[in-house]
Design a protein around this ligand. Structure first.
Ligand SMILES: Cc1cc2nc3c(=O)[nH]c(=O)nc-3n(C[C@H](O)[C@H](O)[C@H](O)COP(=O)(O)OP(=O)(O)OC[C@H]3O[C@@H](n4cnc5c(N)ncnc54)[C@H](O)[C@@H]3O)c2cc1C
Length: 477
């Protein structure tokens, strides 16, 4: 009998104990919004939603669930794209939502650290930092809904990884509840701490399978006073990488974003969300959206002009547009951030979140398209992503006018073509969204066997009854 088979459904007796422990509003019915996810591929089930209002309440709830062998699925903003926050199969677990733990506990301008609770919404955390004259650089299209617990649970990436790193790079420490109900008090404000295993990094990216993050100390940065943002038309992904190399040589580490977008994204936006103002109609298939920020006197716009002229002469770019106002800059980013929604309206056959070493990235794009066209010539590919860190969202759509459901049988083959190639080129098939439930077989197929053994051993040691997010990331033995 597997660990998962030994779990029990959350029956009335357990729910009554939980309700008594968590107080008014602490246990609520699992409304449909908790059981759906952005791409509509998973439909969850849960006996109830727990809404603890403190770390101690989380610990109490976990102890009750451990005692009753009931699965607990942590739930933050529900924007995860790999089904990590959704459990479909019996026995019915409880969802543990952090929505009532959404405060900022402290903000220290000398340490440059903000301690935020797991339920704090990313946009609110960014606003709070901005009001204090600091930048919290994690930024992604779902920031109005995604919460700190989920962002750290998945080690989210987003638009500014090139300069500031992933979520784990922005976190100095976490407070977390383990499967036995014990509380790890790790809200460190120091950068250097080599005292033993770094549990922060074990918990970040573990998608709620090893412990529940209840709060985190987040790193704050200076706000760049000068920002330059531009659309740049490039003849190919290879040219885009050359342009990035030129930018790095000329303006170095202040480039915060370098997004590659195929014109298909603009076609989808025009088709499904015509209210979004698109960039100028460049002649190339590929466009880059790039941004850099620095302190006063950096003269970034002039330096952008200068380097784009060099790139034009070298044939690395063919055209461009530098934002002339904050409103124009925002409108550039609105385009980029709306692409996932347009994709959702069109409906993909299969979506992929892959990382490729930059030296092989153009080869990936050159080979993946023809391999998929051999399967279905009219298939539409919307490839866009964070080129600066090698992360592509390589999404495959049905031919125009066709419904994705007609291609359900093709999905597994499409996925294998994309993932096999990413893996062959030394990349990752789960770059920034995580494993969730969607990529459990991929982790087994593409993962290093020694790493998988170590992961199973860690899971068994920290959660022997397998109650934390059962079935996510790794199947417990
Ligand atoms: C429009 C759109 C754009 C997106 N863009 C990006 C992007 O650019 N980059 C990117 O990386 N992702 C992106 N995502 C994916 C998603 O926003 C991220 O995965 C985000 O980190 C999930 O946060 P959440 O609060 O919604 O978490 P949820 O979806 O609620 O949960 C995600 C995972 O974390 C676990 N979890 C939740 N809370 C905790 C906790 N307190 N402790 C431990 N584990 C926990 C859950 O069980 C689940 O496994 C995008 C999603 C959408 C819909």
């Amino acid at each position: 009998m597997t660990v998962k088979e030994r779990l029990r459904p959350a029956g009335n007796d357990v729910l009554e104990r939980l309700a008594a422990a968590l107080g008014t509003g602490g246990v609520v019915p699992a409304e449909p919004r908790y059981l759906e996810e952005p791409r509509g591929r998973y439909h969850g089930r849960a006996a109830a939603v727990l809404r603890p209002d403190s770390t101690e309440a989380v610990a109490t709830a976990i102890r009750i669930c451990a005692d009753a062998r009931v699965g607990v699925v942590p739930y933050a903003g529900g924007t995860g794209l790999v089904g990590g926050q959704i459990m479909e199969q019996a026995p019915a677990p409880v969802l543990l939502s952090f929505e009532r733990m959404n405060g900022v506990r402290s903000l220290d301008l000398t340490d440059n650290v903000m301690v935020a609770e797991a339920g704090a919404i990313l946009a609110d955390v960014r606003d709070r930092a901005a009001k204090a004259g600091r930048l919290f650089p994690l930024s992604l299209a779902s920031e109005g809904t995604a919460r700190i617990g989920g962002l750290l649970g998945t080690n989210a990436g987003g638009l500014n990884v090139l300069r500031y790193g992933n979520a784990r790079d922005l976190c100095l420490g976490v407070e977390a509840v383990f499967a036995d109900g014990s509380i790890h008090h790790g809200l460190s404000a120091v950068v250097k701490d080599n005292m033993g295993y770094d549990l922060r990094h074990l918990l970040i990216g573990s998608e709620g399978t090893l412990g529940l993050i209840t709060a985190a100390s987040l790193r704050l940065f200076p706000v760049p006073s000068e920002i330059a943002t531009a659309w740049v038309a490039v003849p190919s992904p290879r040219a885009a990488l050359d342009l990035l190399g030129l930018m790095r040589a000329r303006i170095g580490g202040v480039i915060s974003a370098f997004e590659l977008i195929h014109r298909r994204a603009f076609e989808f936006l025009a088709e499904t969300m015509p209210q979004i103002p698109l960039p100028p109609a460049f002649e190339t298939d590929w466009v880059v959206l790039t941004e850099a920020g620095e302190g006063p006197g950096a003269n970034l716009e002039a330096r952008f002009m200068d380097l784009f002229e060099t790139a034009l002469r070298a044939g690395t770019c063919t055209d461009g547009l530098i934002a002339q106002s904050e409103a124009q800059r925002q409108s550039f980013w609105t385009v980029r951030e709306t692409i996932p929604e347009a994709n959702r309206h069109v409906g993909s056959i299969s979506s992929h979140d892959v990382s490729i070493p930059p030296s092989r990235l153009a080869e990936f794009i050159d080979r993946a398209g023809p391999a998929l066209a051999a399967l279905e010539p009219e298939v539409r590919i919307n490839c866009f992503g964070h080129l600066g860190d090698g992360n592509l969202h390589y999404n495959v759509f049905p031919p125009k006018g066709r419904d994705r459901r007609a291609f359900d049988t093709m999905r597994a083959t499409v996925k294998s073509i994309v993932h096999d190639l990413a893996s062959e080129l030394g990349g990752s098939v789960g770059a920034e969204h995580g494993v969730g439930r969607l990529k459990v077989p991929d982790l087994v197929k593409y993962g290093d066997p020694a790493k998988l053994r170590a992961m199973r051993a860690i899971k068994a040691a920290l959660d022997p009854a397998g109650i934390l997010n059962p079935g996510a990331v790794i199947e417990a033995g």
